[in-house]
Design a protein around this ligand. Structure first.
Ligand SMILES: Cc1cc2nc3c(=O)[nH]c(=O)nc-3n(C[C@H](O)[C@H](O)[C@H](O)COP(=O)(O)O)c2cc1C
Ligand code: SF4
Length: 433
């Protein structure tokens, strides 16, 4: 099995991104043409066969989500592409949006056709200002060439894509907060149910999928679900864009078939190329700040949803942050918690207060003044945040800490004794080392 494949990334750095001519020459819009010959139920059946799981982080089965929306009788329906990409360590949607925007557009048009929807919205994070401009160009070119707008490819089907941008809040990536933000309201999560398939954008039935999820749709339609599935494992169809960052030799976005190991991703010369500066791997952080950390003993785990879950890890957004032995675990987790304090929208107490309390305890460990009782307080805090927070942000804010407590308890204990094995530690700095 090749450890690198180029399915959704095949056009990246190979064609002029906004050129419809070059996109078509590279096989673009073949999925759309085929979709127009199929019944919406056939298309959804292929997506189910493909076992495409949402690439935005929650891994919800795309086929089931599409099927649910198909059966909702109300119209109009809206198609929304989540291009908020706020998860730290995640930059794979950026690659697709900037290098193959027409692939994302094609996926959204197919969704529009399936649900007889005439309007799609793409919510691009504010920090991607240049991408918003180039994406608009791609939309304009698609309209000029008859692939988007009114009477697409001479049919009676009309579909328009509108770009919306946020002001850079992480929580706006949560699908209901994102819809509120598009509507001009404060970007705070909605209570669910009702599900967005029933009461979504402008209170109408809505499909929300991630950029990478949409980019996979034309491929699945074109090659069929069975073939797509065969690129990955039995349960995780196809490929995944992984974002390698941190202390790894070759940082970047790589498209890998599900099933290669974490060791392959970090150490294979074609992919990560090992740890930079001949240091030793301490841990890796998967799926962004909201995901769990793993240790070198887990490196032979296949990178796929099921295998990772079985060892307490997860794919999440596809982020793989590699951390070497020089880093203090308390310092690292303090950074994670600072992120959640900054990004908490403040709507609910477990998240708003919980993250802040967590930070205070980590600071005690960092300053060498923590006591044994702090482990119990942390456990109660993480349980409350996980079980009682209103949305996924607060529910997952303590995931990294919980996994690190499992693997690095000794290092926490050492801090109580004002010791730390890492080169860069606040305690070391206090000692003037
Ligand atoms: C706090 C928070 C932030 C999120 N940020 C993003 C994001 O930036 N991009 C994204 O696609 N999904 C994000 N999600 C997940 C979305 O709520 C949703 O599951 C996703 O857009 C659905 O698309 P998918 O099924 O194709 O993955 C976030 C969820 C939470 C709780
Ligand atoms: S968990 Fe609560 S405070 Fe945190 S972002 Fe979600 S709604 Fe806001």
């Amino acid at each position: 099995m090749s450890k690198i494949v180029r399915l959704i990334s095949k056009n990246c750095n190979n064609i002029t991104p906004e050129s419809v001519e070059e996109y078509v020459h590279a096989g673009g819009f073949e999925g759309l043409k085929k979709a127009f010959t199929q019944d919406p139920t056939e298309i959804i059946a292929e997506i189910k066969t493909a076992k495409l799981l949402g690439r935005g982080g929650a891994a919800y089965p795309a086929g089931a989500k599409w099927e649910h929306l198909l059966h909702i009788p109300e119209f109009p329906k809206y198609i929304v592409c989540n291009a908020d990409e706020g998860e730290p360590g995640t930059f794979k949607d950026k690659l697709l949006l900037s290098q193959d925007p027409l692939g994302v557009i094609e996926g959204m048009i197919i969704a529009g056709y399936v649900f007889n929807s005439n309007d799609g919205y793409i919510y691009i994070r504010g920090e991607y200002a240049a991408i918003q401009r180039s994406f608009q160009k791609a939309i304009d070119h698609a309209i000029e060439s008859g692939y988007l707008g009114n009477n697409i490819l001479g049919t009676k089907f009309d579909f328009h894509i509108h770009i919306v941008t946020g002001a850079g809040a992480y929580v706006c990536g949560e699908n209901s907060a994102l819809l509120n933000s598009i509507e001009g309201k404060a970007g705070r999560p909605r209570i669910k149910p009702p599900h967005l398939a029933e009461v979504g954008l402008f209170s109408m039935p809505t499909l929300v999928n991630n950029v990478e999820s949409f980019a996979n749709i034309p491929l699945i339609v074109q090659m069929g679900g069975e073939k797509y599935l065969s690129y990955g494992t039995k349960d995780s169809g196809g490929t995944k864009l992984v974002c390698l960052s941190g202390h790894v030799a070759k940082r970047g976005v790589y498209e890998i078939p599900f099933g290669v190991t974490l060791r392959d991703i970090i150490y294979d010369p074609q992919i990560g190329g090992g740890i930079a500066n001949n240091k030793k791997l301490k841990f890796f952080h998967l799926g962004g700040q909201s995901g769990p950390c793993g240790i070198p003993e887990q490196l032979d785990t296949p990178y796929c949803y099921k295998a990772l879950r079985s060892v307490g890890l997860s794919v999440g957004s596809g982020a793989v942050v590699v951390v070497d032995e020089s880093v203090c675990i308390i310092d690292y987790l303090k950074g994670v918690t600072e992120f959640f304090i900054h990004e908490s929208c403040g709507k609910c107490t477990p998240c708003r207060e919980g993250n802040w309390q967590m930070y205070k305890i980590l600071r005690k460990f960092q300053e060498g003044v923590a006591v044994q009782e702090d482990f119990h307080v942390m456990k109660r805090l993480t349980d409350t945040m996980t079980n009682a927070s209103f949305c996924g942000l607060g529910q997952s804010a303590a995931v990294a800490l919980t996994s690190c407590l499992k693997y690095f308890r000794d290092e926490f204990e050492a801090h109580i004794q004002k010791q730390c094995p890492a080169d860069h530690c606040f305690i070391g700095r206090e000692r003037g080392e």
